[in-house]
Design a protein around this ligand. Sequence first.
Ligand SMILES: [Zn+2]
Length: 264
Amino acid sequence: MLYQGVLRKMQTEYGSPIQYFLVFENDFIHMNQLLDKEIQLDFIKYQCLNCGRERPIYRQGFCKSCFYDSPAAGDWIMKPELSTAHLGKADRDLDYEKKAQLQPHIVYLANSSNVKVGVTRKSQVPTRWIDQGAHEAIEIVEVPNRYLAGITEVALKSYVSDKTSWQKMLKNDIEDVDLVEWRGKLKPHVPDEVMDYFIDTNAETHLEFPVLQYPEKVKSLNLAKTPSYKGVLKGIKGQYLIFEDQTVFNIRGNEGNYVGIGLS
Ligand SMILES: [Zn+2]
C-alpha cells in the first residue's frame, strides 16, 4: 500500500495511549496501527505549506519568502512576549494576529526530559504537550492574550528551564517530578499584572505514548541525506517516529516535505 502527501505535524487524540494520525490530502493514516510494521519512507519533493510551490523548505514547513512574509511565521510565534495585537499594532497582518493572539493562552509546566515552562493557546491543551513528548504537565496561568502569557514565560525562565533535550525525551530518560510543588515555587515570580490569572487548583495531566521499545541512542533521519528509508516502527512520541534500528524521524521538523509512505 502506498500513501503520499506533504508532511504536516501529526494530529493527535488524547487517550491511553495517545492516538496519532497523519493527514494527507487524500489519505488519513492512523499511525498507531503501523506499530511493529515495516514502513518505507521516500522523499519525493518539497511543497511549501503556505504557497504550495515546489521550493526548498526554509523553516516551519515554509519556503524562505513565505517564512519572512507570512503572518503565520511572525517572531511573536516563537517569542510570545513580542505580541502586539493587544495594542492594535500590526507585525505583518493585524487581522490575522488579532485572531491568533487575542484569545485565551495558558502558561504551563511540562516535563519531557526536565521541567520547562511554555506558552500555548488554550485550545491547544493538551495537544501542545503531546507534541512535545511531555509525560506530565500542569497549567499555571490562563490569560486573555498571548502577550501576557509571553511576559509570564519570560519572568519564569529565570527560575525554570525553557529548553528540553529531545534525545532524552526519546530515550525515555526521564524523571517524575512534582509539578504542583514546582507551580507553588514559581508563583511568587509571576508578574504582578498576571497574578489575577493564576489558576488556583489543578492537577498534573499524565500522558502515555504508544511506544513498544525506546531507543538506547538516537540517530535522526535526514531526508536530504537519506531520501529513502525503511524500518520497523516501534513507537511514536512527541512528533517523532521511533524505529527498531534506533532511527528517529521528526515529522514536525520535516513539514513541507512531500513524501511517499509504503507498507510492506
Ligand atoms: Zn512558500
